[in-house]
Design a protein around this ligand. Structure first.
Ligand SMILES: Cc1ncc(C[n+]2csc(CCOP(=O)(O)OP(=O)(O)O)c2C)c(N)n1
Ligand code: SF4
Ligand SMILES: [Mg+2]
Length: 320
């Protein structure tokens, strides 16, 4: 595996982009491209990634770049690969899509490409809402989070549903390679992108990417918050290779989810009861993804079902 210091100095995602300082999407794209290298062709659907990478007449990527619409990343990268094959060229075809473009509107397209085992790399840049259109909730937005469509007031307290478990849905497609990544864990990040580069068939890389205005965080803290996502179990690091699950990094000490929530303005209104429910959900996911119970001081022995299920107070995204 290549060490961080041995990655090529030349960046393929360069000056002139217009991402916010501290943007997790931009940091993830930049580092993924350093590993994937020049023999790469990129597709980006409607998302922050297209707005900050390619605002006419500027372009910040030094590789061929295509954009068409929002819902079609799986189909577009399949078509791009077929076109390059027809020309006799063997290139890495990569789609960088947001969570809205993957969990929600693009789900049929990514599922179709996975099921056909297209020879492409699909990268989901998960900032947990529709950010470039003004912070609307998606299927990835966590329970309790404020967004403009899950407001906080007398009648509602942020999103009432829990985050959809997309990697498990993608794993059910039995694809050659799937991994969850965090750019705050560089050795794990490099190894997974390098592995994805060498395998053929459909590869799905899922990156959690902090968003400064959407998460209401300090722009200097995005990497610290990403580390905390992993230390609390809000984000788990594992991979599936040909159907076999392997944990790639498990924090030595599980931290309380409250530490993660209180660093972000989008969660700061959460009541003790909601934080307890969130902790219950995190403990369940920890058990599911890591195959062991979370630490006893953080996870109660018996988790009441309502701590992780949609309960009677569920009234959808529109409130009562
Ligand atoms: C069919 C369609 N519906 C809605 C839009 C408007 N739109 C463009 S990008 C976007 C949100 C993208 O969210 P996400 O995929 O999470 O990417 P992010 O902006 O968060 O990076 C929306 C709603 C569109 N371009 N096309
Ligand atoms: S709004 Fe969020 S995702 Fe978009 S460029 Fe800014 S920090 Fe990045
Ligand atoms: Mg998003």
């Amino acid at each position: 595996m290549t060490a961080m210091r041995d990655l090529p100095d030349e960046n393929l995602f360069v000056m002139g982009h217009t991402a916010c300082p501290g943007c997790g999407v931009a940091i993830s794209i930049r580092n993924a491209l350093r590993i994937l290298g020049k023999n790469t062709v990129v597709y980006v659907p409607a998302s922050c990634g297209v707005v900050f990478s390619a605002t006419y007449p500027h372009a910040a990527m030094k590789v061929p770049f295509l954009h068409t619409a929002f819902e079609n990343t799986g189909a577009c990268i399949s078509g791009l690969k077929a076109a390059y094959e027809k020309k006799g060229k063997n290139v890495n075809v990569v789609g960088f899509a947001g969570d809205g473009g993957t969990y929600d509107i693009g789900l049929q397209s990514v599922s179709g490409a996975a099921e056909r085992n297209e020879d492409v790399i699909y990268i989901c840049l998960d900032n947990e809402a529709y950010m470039n259109t003004g912070i609307q909730r998606s299927g990835s937005t966590p329970f309790g989070a404020w967004t403009t469509t899950t407001p906080v007031g007398k009648l509602t307290r942020g999103k009432r549903e829990f985050k959809k478990d997309l990697p498990e849905i993608m794993a059910a497609h039995d694809i050659p390679y799937l991994a969850t990544l965090s750019v705050a864990h560089p050795a794990d990040f490099i190894r997974k992108v390098e592995k994805a580069k060498t395998i053929s068939g459909f590869r799905f890389l899922h990156m959690l990417t902090p968003c400064v205005p959407g998460w209401k965080i300090d722009q200097a803290k995005s990497i610290e918050i990403l580390k905390l996502a992993v230390d609390t179990g809000m984000w788990t690091l594992y991979e599936f290779e040909y159907g076999e699950r392997k944990v790639t990094y498990r924090p030595g000490k599980m931290r309380f989810v409250k530490d993660y929530l209180m660093m972000q303005g989008r969660f700061r209104h959460m009541s003790d009861e909601d934080i307890k429910r969130m902790q219950g959900w995190v403990c369940r996911k920890w058990g599911q993804h890591y195959g062991e119970k979370g630490s006893p001081e953080v996870c109660p022995v018996e988790l009441p079902a309502e701590h992780h299920a949609i309960t009677e107070d569920h009234r959808g995204m529109h409130g009562p």
